[in-house]
Write a protein that binds this ligand. Structure first.
Ligand code: TXA
Ligand code: MG
Length: 360
């Protein structure tokens, strides 16, 4: 690995390390850093070459725009054409935090950063290391998740090193992130504002401030003709290498169908795993079961989901059968990522959608 890995403590960040990281970004280089959601890969958002470097390091299609990260509310104004009052209200409630807002862009934002779009996504993260780095780097840091395009987003510095260690200059390591799923994205270029990516801040949270807020109809994937509005949401990503199937339905029926499917796959010689919640883990063969977290503490599932998806690759896995984690508050965000990881393979435990046989 050629990137320099620096351990950093959010409660007492090493100012010298932050200053050096900021200088790397100002000089056109790339630094991975922790945020409260996932690790980001930072470059100078106002430098077209830095954005090109980010796309190259991630192997990301260049029509998939980057989020511009700020660490001072006053830095929003220069990036955008106008700020609707409802967006100001939302920023007052949730910034700094896991919320990204989309506006018409101003001329200072290069098209290389916005994937050619006339709009720009802006986020003000709450992680102190992220905020310190953004300030040291001049105030405007473009940062996608710091994974290779197509792999699960990184929730530890080790994940970043695995994917990008040879392609970037520095990694700031502040241990595992707190939330584990990327920020909620709300588009203010439409009226009412529209959620383009569900996250830790739920639709209910947003509606408390905005009154009306819609959900991008392209998100569900139910209608193949309706594409998601955020370019990044159309790709099959967050995916482990194994073929994953999600089984939804009543608890007992799910457990018995997953056990049947897993036994069958194992008998066929496939390296088989099960992704289950802590509450149900005891009902599956222990050697096959990977525990995603607790349904009763749903934030644990969000926090560990990507790490578990990566674990399947490390273990060597051909097929995965997963429970559905449609938990009350974070279920929409968790299932959005899980369904994509499964390439939309969702079946019902009662078998109603698989008339002939359990082939997966
Ligand atoms: O939590 C997060 O948001 C993390 C951390 C690092 O801050 N960042 C992140 O960035 O998830 P990324 O690049 O992995 O995902 C950005 C998403 C993509 O789906 C992209 O298509 C969408 O935001 N996006 C960015 N700018 C957009 C725009 N102008 N219009 C529509 N979608 C946009
Ligand atoms: Mg990403």
């Amino acid at each position: 690995m050629s990137a320099e890995l620096i351990k950093i403590d959010k409660n007492d960040p090493d100012q010298e390390a932050i200053r050096r990281a900021g200088e790397i970004i100002l000089a056109g280089g790339l630094v991975a850093f922790p945020t409260e959601t996932v690790y980001g890969l930072g470059g100078n958002a106002l430098d077209p070459h830095a954005s090109e470097k980010i796309y190259a390091a991630k192997g990301r299609p260049s029509d998939n725009p980057l989020i511009v990260h700020i660490a001072d509310l006053a830095h929003l104004t220069p990036l955008v054409r106008e700020i609707p009052p409802s967006a100001t209200a939302l920023s007052e409630r949730f910034w700094p935090g896991p919320l990204t807002m989309i506006f018409e862009k101003s001329p200072i934002v290069p098209y290389e950063t916005t994937g050619g779009l006339d709009t720009v996504a802006v986020r003000f993260p709450s992680e102190p290391v992220a905020a310190a780095l953004i300030r040291a780097a001049g105030g405007y840091v473009a940062a996608p998740s710091a994974n290779t395009s197509g792999r699960p987003s990184p929730t530890t510095a080790q994940h970043v090193a695995e994917d990008l260690g040879d392609a970037i200059d520095m990694i700031l390591d502040d241990g595992p992130v707190g939330i584990g799923l990327e920020s909620t994205i709300v588009d203010f270029t439409q009226d009412p504002p529209c959620v383009l990516r569900p996250g830790y801040i739920s639709l209910t949270d947003l509606e408390e401030v905005l009154g009306l807020c819609s959900m991008d109809p392209g998100l569900t994937g139910e209608n193949a003709q309706v594409h998601p509005k955020a370019p990044g949401m159309k790709y099959r990503h967050y995916a482990p290498k194994a073929l994953m199937t999600i089984v939804e339905g009543d608890r007992d029926a799910v457990i018995s169908r997953i056990n049947r499917l897993a036994a069958q796959a194992k008998a066929e010689g496939k390296r088989t795993r099960i992704l289950a919640c802590e509450e149900n883990a005891g009902f599956y063969p222990p050697e096959l079961c990977v525990c995603a977290g607790s349904r009763a503490r749903e934030e644990t599932i969000a926090r560990h989901l990507y790490e578990k998806l990566r674990e399947f690759d490390e273990l060597g896995t051909d097929v995965i059968f997963s429970e559905a984690f449609d938990t009350p508050r974070l279920g929409t965000a968790i299932m959005n990522r899980l369904v994509k990881a499964a390439g939309h393979r969702v079946i019902h435990a009662d078998g109603s959608d698989m008339a002939e046989k359990d082939t997966v």
